[in-house]
Design a protein. Structure first.
Length: 284
């Protein structure tokens, strides 16, 4: 079992992974490029722990101890001693490849190098390293402390031992795992939600129905906890646009071609809940 975990990227996903790992007893190194980004990440973790304590889901002492297991750094070299490194940076192939080139150089022999990508084939990320057998996808879902699923993705050369170590970690932080055995763009979950969101956006863009009615149809007709357009707002319209483009680039399958309105929304800054406006308005 891995004892020290490193997480690269202190955004919502990275800080959430760090939070659940620390709560499960792992020593965590959280790395980002600026102290400001790290401060925001840690503040989010503290606030989440406080909510858990207030709801009686976590003891105050346990929360304090978990927070103390997280150290922060702007130095990438600091992740070199970790047993497992989880990359959670921007969802762009070139950005992730640059991180993995560096990890290949600094990570200790035998370390598991995991990517939290939601759509990019693991093999394309692993190809820039000299140890593709050690690279694996660990796709957590946002918000990480609340969502129970982790999608494990085997790259073309991912070893059984690497996949087993990734599963042990994900299950160790309380997640239920599904395994993607063939490294297709978008894996299982992102392909399904992207196809649904793209079709929902097309219906919305062409005036077939309102956002509210499209989401209501999916909630009450299919038993979905949240409709596809509300899901897009929660996940981030920009994130789903990138996912759709990544899958379409890989597959050339028209059902993943993002409608123009998604690109216009991202250009205008209407990214969903995090910006205050998406398919729905948020905030005051």
């Amino acid at each position: 079992m891995a004892e020290q975990i490193a997480v690269i990227g202190a955004g919502l996903m990275g800080s959430g992974i760090a939070q659940v790992a620390a709560q499960a007893g792992y020593q965590v190194v959280l790395r980002d490029v600026t102290d400001a980004a790290l401060a925001r990440g840690v503040a989010g973790i503290e606030a989440s722990y406080e909510r858990f304590v207030a709801k009686g889901k976590l003891g105050a002492e346990a929360a304090t101890e978990a927070l103390a297991r997280i150290t922060t750094t702007t130095e990438l070299e600091a992740v070199g001693t970790a047993d497992l490194v989880v990359e959670a940076v921007f969802e762009q192939l070139e950005v992730k490849q640059e991180v993995f080139r560096e990890l290949d150089r600094i990570a200790r022999p035998g370390a598991v190098l995991a990517t939290n990508t939601s759509a990019i084939p693991i093999t394309r990320i692993a190809a820039v390293t000299g140890r593709p057998e050690s690279v694996v996808g660990v796709h957590f879902f946002s918000p990480v402390p609340m969502m129970q699923l982790c999608e494990l993705v085997r790259g073309y050369k991912t070893s059984d031992a690497t996949l087993a170590a990734a599963r042990a970690f994900a299950e160790g932080v309380g997640k239920t795992c599904v395994v993607v055995n063939r490294d297709v763009a978008g894996f299982v979950t992102t392909r399904l939600i992207t196809a649904l969101v793209v079709e929902a956006v097309k219906l919305y863009e062409s005036g077939v129905a309102t956002a509210e009615d499209i989401d209501t149809a999916c909630r009450l007709g299919f038993g979905h906890a949240m409709g596809p357009l509300a899901t897009a707002d929660l996940t981030g319209v920009d994130i789903l646009l990138h996912a759709a483009r990544n899958i379409y680039e890989e597959t050339q399958d028209g059902k993943f071609a993002a409608p123009e309105i998604m690109a216009r929304m991202v250009t205008a800054g209407d990214l969903g809940r995090k910006s205050g406006q998406g398919f729905y308005p948020y905030g005051g």
